[in-house]
Design a protein around this ligand. Structure first.
Ligand code: 5AD
Ligand code: SF4
Length: 440
């Protein structure tokens, strides 16, 4: 009988990529994917612990899967990703139902790990951090019908921003060889993928050792020239490593999408210093101005947090001021939460939870106004949409513009994975809505 697996993916795009990789490996191992954990022989939970909230979510999903395992003791239950890396064997002690705990740098070994799990049901903890990025397997047909895909170009991070757990659980920065990346991009394109997002914790510091120090702008140029690739994107960039050469790519590479996610975290120089971010608010403002000079239609999105230890009302006002000046297309905003083992965890002057909630709500109110105004400005304009499927309600088609805006639209004759011209009728808070323009 064919055995089945289910992967629950939580957290960032890197985790989505890792889950796709795991799924392909498991298909090659002879397993079949299912979309209900109750019908699976193997359940893997790919976790995120960048903030307290996703960590709680991961633990609560694990709790639910424990109950499934009680009903079905033959189930192989595994925790993978950042929570697995951080807690290691402790997780096994806390959750005796677990069979497998596997960190992000161990994923390449999933075949070897599954074998002993299968044969003698030994419990396995795999949390080495010094292994290089996994050589990626590609399962032919896996991406068929998907117009968009992620492609990881590097693993880990060397920055150690004072609040961040990522370098502790994903290890030091290692760039994948450019030849391997290009091969993977070609394989995706050959299956019909037309929009690729390159992934890394800090893509600007990509450097291919194998290829005479090929840097990120040169890698972008190479990938952009691959036949059949309509749209190229990347995330995440660090403001301190955003060079003029990189900015010029937005002028020079026609299929590089006019969208940049550039986390700023705080608008106060005092807090940026305590965060060890390595840039000032002035430098950040200069970067965004320069980007818009080079590519006026560029959409800029960002991450910000409120309530970092010691953040005064004045610091917070400076964050609001930066938001008003830059006018981001959209913003991911978070309350600071202590992450065990980071420098910020040990800082004094922690901000009260209620105060954080109040600051977050003020900040989000300000950003809502900006986003809505920007989206309303699209009304009456035509945009190009790469169609990804049906809208959530099922009555429209859905896709994204080059600047990464979600568009839901009515159409009689457009098909998935193709480009459509859409006339925007409504600019809403989270999406644009319109009608396909009929071809003459
Ligand atoms: N608390 C709150 N937000 C955090 N982030 C990272 N670490 C923390 C933390 N300890 C946010 C940052 C980052 C995003 C992925 O998550 O804004 O860019
Ligand atoms: Fe974390 Fe900073 Fe690295 Fe981003 S750049 S992953 S915020 S340490």
């Amino acid at each position: 009988m064919t055995r089945t697996f289910y992967i629950k993916t939580m957290g960032c795009q890197m985790n989505e990529y890792d889950s796709d990789f795991l799924a392909q490996s498991m298909i090659q191992y002879g397993l079949f994917p299912v979309d209900d954990p109750n019908h699976a022989d193997i359940v893997l939970i790919n976790t995120c612990i960048v903030r307290a909230k996703p960590e709680q979510k991961a633990l609560s999903f694990l709790g639910r899967m424990n109950a499934v395992k009680k009903r079905n003791p033959a189930l192989i239950l595994g925790i993978v990703g950042c929570l697995a890396q951080k807690e290691g064997a402790n997780l096994m002690k806390r959750f005796p139902q677990l069979d497998l705990v596997m960190g992000p740098r161990e994923l390449a070994g999933i075949h070897e790990i599954l074998k002993p799990l299968d044969s003698d049901r030994k419990k396995i903890v795999a949390t080495k951090l010094d292994c290089g990025p996994a050589p990626r397997v590609h399962t032919p047909g896996y991406f068929a019908g998907r117009p968009t895909a992620h492609l990881c170009i590097m693993e880990g991070c060397n920055n150690f921003c004072s609040y961040c757990i990522v370098p502790h659980v994903r290890g030091r920065e290692v760039s994948r060889p450019s030849v391997e990346i290009l091969e993977e991009a070609k394989a995706l394109i050959s299956e019909g993928v037309r929009d690729i997002t390159l992934l890394g914790q800090n893509v600007n510091s990509y450097l291919s050792k194998e290829n005479k120090g090929l840097n990120f702008p040169s890698l972008l140029c190479k990938i952009s020239r691959l036949e059949g690739l309509w749209r190229l994107r990347f995330t995440t960039s660090h403001p301190k490593d955003m060079s003029e050469e990189m900015i010029q790519c937005f002028r020079e590479i026609p299929n590089l999408c006019p969208h940049l996610h550039l986390p700023f975290q705080s608008g106060s120089n005092r807090i940026l210093k305590a965060m060890k971010r390595g840039y000032t608010r002035e430098k950040y403002l200069e970067l965004t101005t320069r980007l818009r000079e080079v590519r006026p239609e560029i959409a800029i999105t960002s991450d910000v947090m409120v309530g970092f230890p010691g953040e005064s009302d004045k610091d917070f006002q400076q964050t609001l001021d930066l938001i008003s000046q830059v006018k981001f297309d959209s913003l991911f905003s978070f309350k600071y939460s202590d992450r065990k083992g980071t420098v910020a965890e040990k800082l004094p002057a922690k901000i009260d939870e209620m105060e954080k909630t109040s600051r977050l709500s003020i900040l989000q109110g300000l950003q809502r106004e900006i986003t809505l105004k920007k989206n309303k400005a699209f009304e009456g304009r035509e945009v190009e949409v790469l169609i990804e499927g049906k809208s959530k309600k099922g009555d429209m088609l859905t896709g994204r513009t080059p600047s990464n805006k979600n568009v839901n639209f009515i159409s009689d004759n457009n098909c998935f994975n193709s480009l459509a011209k859409v006339l925007i009728k409504d600019g809403l808070l989270n999406s644009l809505r319109g009608e396909a323009v009929k071809n003459e």
